[in-house]
Design a binder for this molecule. Structure first.
Ligand code: UDP
Ligand code: MG
Length: 313
């Protein structure tokens, strides 16, 4: 059994696969511990599937997992973690070479020192200003709302010890925000700074809607503060409304000049309808998450795996 598994989710990555494999092989050659690379094909529709298959039949370093359709990045990672054999640790990295595989040695050293989780912190992002600032804002908002220790500016790029992997695999949640689960398990965790590269080729596989889903998961899966904020919002609204009613009563009975009020009424209706809809939406988020969870469908279905150059189930 390999000591360490490197899990890589891949969705339509034909443009980077060659470079990825070459870079991985170079890195792995210089290591003094045994490694397997778990390539998870997340329902690719391009040539990736065929390339991954050929590679896994040719080279026993690569263990490939084919999911039955496109489940999304976080589920693909979870599938890889569930299939990984690494007895000591499992590393997660993206397939587009934005995460330098060379960091494996530093991660491994930390695990050897007794840490259970070593995660990478992005010192610099080589991405557009809009994307960089959105990420910056989001991570801080998430920290504020979840009051959790999910580290700021760190993604899934990390290495986790076998007991952490087993704990996360055993977690029944359907909605996976892996970096959140990773931080939740506790034990000793340590961050390693690195510079995040450009995507080496191809386009981002994260559509805007997938990004929003990830962002929502990060907040709603780890916090019930939004629900509590509704109550506070309601209280504040009632207090403001009461003050305003007193003000109107005084005007009516002391000064006898009640204003026309058309604008006030329309403004109040518009404002409060908005507040109510947002509140319903927040409640809806939790209801839908509860609904997804109670359905108890499996997280993913595996079409086939190729391990040690042989196809299994
Ligand atoms: N990915 C995946 N399934 C998806 C979307 C993305 O497995 O539905 C993989 C993708 O192939 C890549 C990693 O997740 O290896 C990160 O995606 P990407 O680099 O496109 O995201 P970005 O870096 O732009 O946020
Ligand atoms: Mg990327």
């Amino acid at each position: 059994m390999p000591e360490v598994s490197i899990v890589i989710p891949l969705y339509n990555e034909e443009a980077v696969l060659d470079a990825l494999i070459k870079r991985l092989k170079d890195v792995i050659l210089g290591l003094n511990f045994s490694v397997e690379v778990v390539l998870v094909n997340d329902g690719s529709t391009d040539k990736s599937a065929r390339l991954i298959e050929e590679l896994a039949f040719r080279d026993s370093l690569f263990h490939s997992v084919f999911l039955s359709k496109n489940y999304g990045h976080q589920i693909a990672i979870s599938a890889g973690m569930a299939c990984a054999h690494g007895t000591k640790a499992v590393m997660l990295m993206d397939g587009d070479l934005q995460d330098p595989p060379e960091l494996i040695q530093q991660f491994y050293d930390k695990i050897n020192e007794g840490y259970d989780v070593a995660y990478a912190i992005r010192k610099k992002r080589k991405e557009s200003l809009v994307k960089r600032s959105s990420y910056w804002l989001y991570y801080r908002l998430q920290r504020l709302l979840t009051k959790s220790d999910i580290p700021v500016d760190s993604g899934d790029f990390s290495m986790m010890s076998r007991r952490v992997i087993d704990s996360i695999n055993a977690m029944p949640e359907k909605s996976r925000f892996v970096r959140g689960l990773r931080s939740w398990v506790g034990f000793r965790q340590v961050g390693i700074e690195y510079e995040r590269d450009h995507r080496s080729a191809g386009e981002t596989k994260y559509s805007v809607s997938k990004l929003f889903k990830l962002a929502y998961d990060g907040i709603f899966n780890f916090s019930n503060l939004p629900l509590k904020l509704i109550t506070r919002l309601g209280l504040v609204t009632i207090i403001v409304a009461l003050i305003y009613i007193v003000f109107l009563l005084v005007r009516k009975f002391v000064y006898g000049d009640l204003p026309q009020g058309y604008l006030t009424i329309i403004a109040a209706i518009a404002l409060f309808s908005g507040v109510q809809l947002i509140s319903l939406g927040v409640i809806g988020e939790y209801v839908s998450r509860t609904y997804e969870q109670v359905k108890e469908r499996p997280l993913f279905l595996i079409e086939k795996q190729i391990i040690n150059r042989e196809e299994v189930g």
